[in-house]
Design a protein around this ligand. Structure first.
Ligand SMILES: [Zn+2]
Length: 84
């Protein structure tokens, strides 16, 4: 699973982000709907997250995503490319 910052096309091999909080395993995730988290997401591995034009919102205060010893690559490719 190679992460390409500038072109990940149709999100083949990406996982739809369905969780509403907790620890996220290493991998590539994208949104297919707006998500309101019930608890913060913690990242301990290598995670790529594409907002895909949607919104990831927290439940109020503090950081929505906590990176603890991992790497988060965040992108929103839908803002520059509305083909997917
Ligand atoms: Zn994307």
């Amino acid at each position: 699973m190679l992460y390409n910052k500038f072109n990940h096309g149709e999100h083949v091999d990406w996982n739809i982000l369905t969780c509403d909080g907790g620890e996220l395993e290493s991998g590539n995730y994208y949104l297919t709907e707006n998500i309101i988290l019930t608890q913060n997401i913690t990242i301990g591995g290598e995670v790529a997250l594409c907002l895909n034009g949607y919104m990831l919102a927290g439940n109020g205060n503090g950081a929505v995503i906590t990176v603890s010893g991992g790497t988060l690559n965040l992108c929103d490719c839908n803002s520059s490319n509305n083909s997917h």
